[in-house]
Design a protein around this ligand. Sequence first.
Ligand code: IFM
Length: 452
Amino acid sequence: MAQFPKQFVWGAASSAYQIEGGVHEGGRGPSNWDKFSHTPGKIARNENGDVACDSYHRWQEDVDLLAGMHLKAYRFSVAWPRIAPQGDDNWNAEGLAYYDRLVDALLAKGIEPYITLYHWDLPLALDEKGGWQNIDTARAFGRYAAKMAEHFKGRVHNWFTINEIACIVGLGYGSGIHAPGLQLSLEQQFGCWQNVLYAHCLAAQALRQADPGNQVGFASTGRICYPLTHSDADIEAARRMTFASPDDDWSFTHQMALDPLCLGHWPTEDVGPRLAAAIARVPREITDALPLGRLDMIGLNIYNAIPVRMGEHGPEYVERPTGYPRTAIGWPVEPDSLDWGPRYIGQRYGLPMYITENGLSCNDKIYLDGQVHDADRIDFTARYLLALSNGIARGADVRGYFHWSLIDNFEWYSGYNERFGLVFCDYATCRRIPKDSARWYGQVAETNGACL
Ligand code: IFM
């Protein structure tokens, strides 16, 4: 039987651009993702987030769905362009009022809001001035965070500043498959990276200044490795590969963000020479601000991991056998990621952790009986949660789990093709249908995992 700590937080997660729609309503300004998704050829079937799940109007239904699943926490993001339509300090009262309604409705149902301040939708005005290449974007983010902290003081206590710096930089400014669609050099990407971290630090400072009781987190994603066997050599090999930063694969790693924020220095282990040179050039203004960014909690977005063993010449990846289980999007099913990931990260940083995202896309559909039977999601999530409870039993200080996602939504360059929700969204009408997994996950939450 799985065991979770008594106060373990069961929740679900979403993000603004992926679910809200209402992009021209309530005084919201244009974003980088509006521009990118409306550029032909960037998104599957040229889809966009104009309507998405229409949560801009159906937020009360979302809250009711969370309550129906006995969830005590909701991680959602605020659309910066709704609060600062031009990216400056002209705050939009209607945008704030939208989140007032959502936060108050959550609190009325006993659901704790966990706000993410940046889940990739940047005011277009800032994007046009260079986006994360420009250090002024970080300064603007600090002011936006201050506004949010002051406005929600006493109602919101848990904040994640940034979601997945790896995707912001690696996909937005590296491979170019996300907004703004640039393909920059390692050095230029690292310039964006240091600006995003600086933004986090300024935001963390503002959040604490507004309310010293605020819990400040950073939702990180990146390579997790797990040992092929439980030999000491394989365990050490997987740890080392988890925290290596070679020049050709540095951005999708946790330590590039968490070392500076939690240890106060940049990674030193297995760092490629070009990356090391870029690190040596980080401006003083940013390095000096790093201590402000210290974390109260680490958010981990974990979907899979890579098996590793100690080979003759050092740690090596192990190829998965033919026919290995995969989700609809093609990601390998690797429950061990939730066992070893939090263990390795916890050993390195010694901070409380939350699984801020975990889940899968399935080829869900409405069956003849009108229901959505998603046995794959139940099986996947049960395996991952059992592994997580194992990691917790072996010392990982994980305080909560947020399933990605509450509801099917706009999956970035894949458009609406990938269904990650516990709740089905019929995009023609935006009608919500809780899937079998929603009922099952509700039981998991209600029994604190004892039914697993
Ligand atoms: O949908 C995304 C989310 O926005 C960020 N983390 C991964 C999810 C699945 O791809």
